[in-house]
Write a protein that binds this ligand. Sequence first.
Ligand SMILES: *Cc1c(COP(=O)(O)O)cnc(C)c1O
Length: 316
Amino acid sequence: MAEDTAPRVTFGAWPTPLEPAPRLARALGLGAGDLWLKRDDLTGLGGGGNKVRKLEFLCGAAVAAGARTLVTSGAPQSNHARLTAAAGARLGLDVVLVLAGPAAGQDLGAGNVALDGLLGAEIVWAGEADAADVVQQVVERLRGEGAEPALIPFGGSSATGARGYAECGRELLSQAPDLAQVVTALGSGGTMAGLVRTLGPERVLGVHCGAVPDPGAAVAALVPCPAEALRLRLDQVGAGYATLTEPVKAAIRTAARTEGVVLDPIYTGRAMAGLIAAVTEGDVRAGDRTVFLHSGGLPGLFGNEPAMRWAGAGAP
Ligand SMILES: *Cc1c(COP(=O)(O)O)cnc(C)c1O
């Protein structure tokens, strides 16, 4: 299907702002005019974030196919699950979220999982089972009930979902024709893949967040570009996806105190820590226009107890 005829629903107000970040730029060792923030945390629906752009295309396809229920999966604090719940509410569709792990031990009143409940989604905890298997069971159950389920992929990352970020790349080229590179968090891969489709692999730096075992393969599966050509940083995961690392703490504190911009410990904090490391190593240089994609995730900060305790103690 051609790009321009893909079914799409509208959830956001586009384009999102591209804002200068002169104090953060200086703190990182760049020139004041070198660093800009693409505010995809301000995408409107359900608290905002990068999944809104993907869901415009994924839900467009689901509605065109006659779906009445959206089914997706994610980590307990998945921003994607929360935004799928919001998209379903906006479209008048039921939503079932399969969240990894057991319900026991989760703080159901924190962050994204609390918003999932507020937005009216049904939550199925996968427990010991593989979430993908539970998703299949849920889809079969819903088919049996005549609920016309549409499966929204993990992280919203499929060729259809990635169209949203191909579109974001076009927005960026009109806002900043001279952009040297975009720095983005890399989770399930669709965001980076879409940006690479429009901007080419040399202008996108992806910082792996530990959401998938092989991030290069995840991106390369969604865009005609070999994994070896991608600019990836794999050094910010620490002891695993849910951990709060020292470089991420420094990145979150610096962004907050120079620009009043709040990052999250899983995605945007890692992306900023990766940008800081890239400047230190000379991979990102003063004099070039660098855009940092703020992909959202604020509810994830509120759902991360170690990060909240650290922040509440003055972010030492
Ligand atoms: C999902 C997510 C990402 C990563 O996007 P992918 O397309 O899954 O790689 C980045 N930032 C935030 C806040 C997210 O929720």
